[in-house]
Design a protein around this ligand. Sequence first.
Ligand code: HEC
Length: 140
Amino acid sequence: MNKIFSFCLLLFAVASCQTAENQPVITELQGETLQMYEKGKELFLSKCLACHNNDMLTASTGSALGGITQRRKKEWLRSYIRNSYKMILEKDPEAVELYAKAQVVMQGFSNLTDEEIDQILVYIEATYQNNKIRLRPVER
Ligand code: HEC
């Protein structure tokens, strides 16, 4: 009985070590931020992954989204993600520029709430930071 118990403990230790090693930054997220990350991950994988790569560093049909909260204002992001076509029609300069480059209109997600969009943004930026660090060459 005791042996089985310690074997389980050992398994658990190995599993958590691996997670910590593979995801140095993400595992540092705590409390509310971690919850936002988890919800944002679910939303991103189900709604955005078809056109935006999950590494947040490379472009697919849509551009790489890492660092997006530095490049764009939050209100702009909420409005663009819900209905970029409307922004193009209203001649928002950044939306028009993206459209000119991509020649496709991103599908709108009009029923995402502000909260859900914020969760997606937490997931995008945490994943971006995590991947940037992992891809950085070791300095000696
Ligand atoms: C059907 C394909 C498609 C899907 C699905 C999609 N996008 Fe896009 N997205 C695009 C295209 C195309 C563009 C404009 C071209 C570009 O990014 O350079 C774009 C642009 C964006 C931009 C603006 C990028 C910038 O540089 O300002 C954001 C932010 C964005 N998408 C977020 C999302 C989020 C969040 C989701 C999921 C809720 C999502 N997209 C789902 C195709 C898509």
